[in-house]
Design a protein around this ligand. Structure first.
Ligand SMILES: Cc1ncc(COP(=O)(O)O)c(C=O)c1O
Length: 453
């Protein structure tokens, strides 16, 4: 019988992350200073991030060594198994082999610790004592809470209010790992207070929570900010997923026809796919697909422009697909996909024609997720349901085309703390959000004041 899972031993874990910047056919447009319109220098970012992380963000080295202390923590659950989803394949009845990286087996339940652990480590190395961050669904906040505990740092997490209310167990998890968790918008920061004054009943957004966390970091001693997605270094830390998958598929003599991930800020999608994008740049025939929500369709519908990463315009301008930094997405249950922008590297790779994207609505994603849970057992996070919906799509296309296909995707996290979302779906209370065209026109207007990438 063929394997259902392919495992690597501890000593087969990759020792380096992959930096796609070294292989891009055209370089990434640089982040700009909003005041001068000029590329930002390391000193502009120094109040927000430690210099060792800034250096990695702009590095053009193809391979970056993973420090031993980071590897030691990764080994708590990595290398993650590569599974073959035989039961789901059978349910779909299409000519496909479906492989997935199970990132739900980390202590925090998602791929997020892959980036949280190096971030806490590099901050501690730089002498930082406290980190602030934002979180949507709570996956990133809980991952950073755990990583800060591992490296002896204090941690405060600003959690988007709608998720704070929908997901109390994530807050409890952050508290268990020793972090503070504050619902955002909060009255602790100027950005939060200003936003609350204008929108007292706001469900919050990642854009506001980022403003609060950045403001807290730059106004507090020995504190820096950590972003859970979007930035180049975060995407690079996540490539451990795709690098392991390459080794695992090689062991069984398989190469994927298509590689997929769901995309909120872009980190798990980049993590699983960038090593394969590298192959594609060098001539390999492989398709790369990102799945995003129809309520927050940055890649599929939003303009590509320079825009801020946060609501209060505290970050540099980034070249990315963006719905506008003041966009407040509908309160869908996939909190981690409610971000107005898409990682500059992911946006760039899509523009170069190296990857494509598709959007799925909340009901079709939960339909796919429930089918998954009823066949494969594991209950996916609402974010992960988006990529499963895309996998269903791919499988059906293969059947229509009469072609056999190998699918690889990243199963980004489990949904055991998201059961209220499943309850809402199963009792028919979930709403299907489509973004009206006026919102896209508004995004174009919002970003028209900034230089063109
Ligand atoms: C389980 C899970 N998947 C996906 C995402 C989306 O984030 P990213 O696009 O950075 O991978 C999140 C974000 O919170 C998440 O928790």
């Amino acid at each position: 019988m063929d394997e259902t899972k392919v495992v690597l031993s501890d000593h087969e874990i990759p020792r380096q992350w992959y930096n796609i910047q070294a292989d891009l056919p055209t370089p990434l447009p640089p982040p700009l200073h909003p005041g001068t319109g000029q590329p930002v220098g390391p000193e502009d970012l120094a109040p927000i991030f430690p210099m060792n992380i800034i250096a990695q963000d702009v590095s053009q080295e193809r391979w970056i060594d993973i420090p031993d202390e980071v590897l030691g923590k990764y080994l708590l659950w990595r290398p993650s198994p590569l599974y073959r989803a035989r039961n789901f394949e059978k349910l779909l009845g299409c000519p496909v082999k479906i492989y997935f990286k199970h990132e739900g087996l980390s202590p925090a339940g998602s791929h997020k610790p892959n980036a949280a652990i190096p971030m806490a480590y590099y901050n501690r190395e730089f002498g930082i004592k406290r980190l602030t961050t934002e979180t949507g669904a709570g996956q990133w906040g809980s991952a950073l809470a755990m990583a800060c505990q591992m490296f002896g740092l204090a941690c405060r997490v600003y959690m988007v209010r709608v998720s704070f209310e929908q997901k109390p167990y994530r807050r409890m998890l952050m508290n268990t790992w020793g972090a503070e968790c504050i619902p955002s918008p909060s009255s602790l920061t100027v950005s939060g207070r200003d936003f609350l004054a204008a929108h007292p009943d706001s469900p919050g957004s990642l854009g506001v929570a980022i403003s609060e966390a950045v403001e807290d970091a730059v106004t507090s001693e020995n504190t820096r900010y950590s972003l859970g997605s979007v930035l180049n270094h975060v995407l690079m830390y996540q490539t451990i997923i795709g690098l392991e998958a390459e080794k695992q598929l090689e062991k069984i003599g398989v190469y994927p026809d298509v590689v997929l991930g769901c995309a909120g800020g872009g980190s798990n999608f980049a993590g699983v796919s960038f090593p394969f994008v590298r192959d594609k740049i060098h001539g390999k025939d492989v398709r790369i697909v990102a799945a995003e929500p129809t309520s927050c369709p940055s890649i599929t519908r939003a303009p590509y422009a320079y825009d801020f990463g946060d609501l209060a315009r505290k970050t540099p301008l980034l070249a990315m697909h963006t719905l506008g930094h003041d966009f407040v997405p509908a309160p869908i249950h996939a909190g981690g996909l409610r971000y107005h922008g898409m990682a500059p590297l992911v946006s760039h790779v899509v523009r170069l024609g190296l990857a494509e994207a598709r959007a799925y609505n909340q009901l079709e994603t939960f339909d796919a997720g429930v089918k998954w849970a009823r066949s494969e057992g594991y209950v996916p996070a609402p974010e992960t349901n988006h990529v499963i919906a895309a996998v269903v799509d791919e499988a059906r296309r293969a059947k229509e085309e009469g072609k056999e296909k190998v699918i690889l995707f990243n199963w980004s996290g489990h949904g055991l703390i998201d059961l209220t979302a499943y309850d809402a779906y199963l009792s028919g209370k979930l709403t299907q959000y489509e973004l009206p065209e006026e919102e896209i026109e508004r995004a174009i207007r919002t970003t028209s004041a900034f230089p063109k990438p």
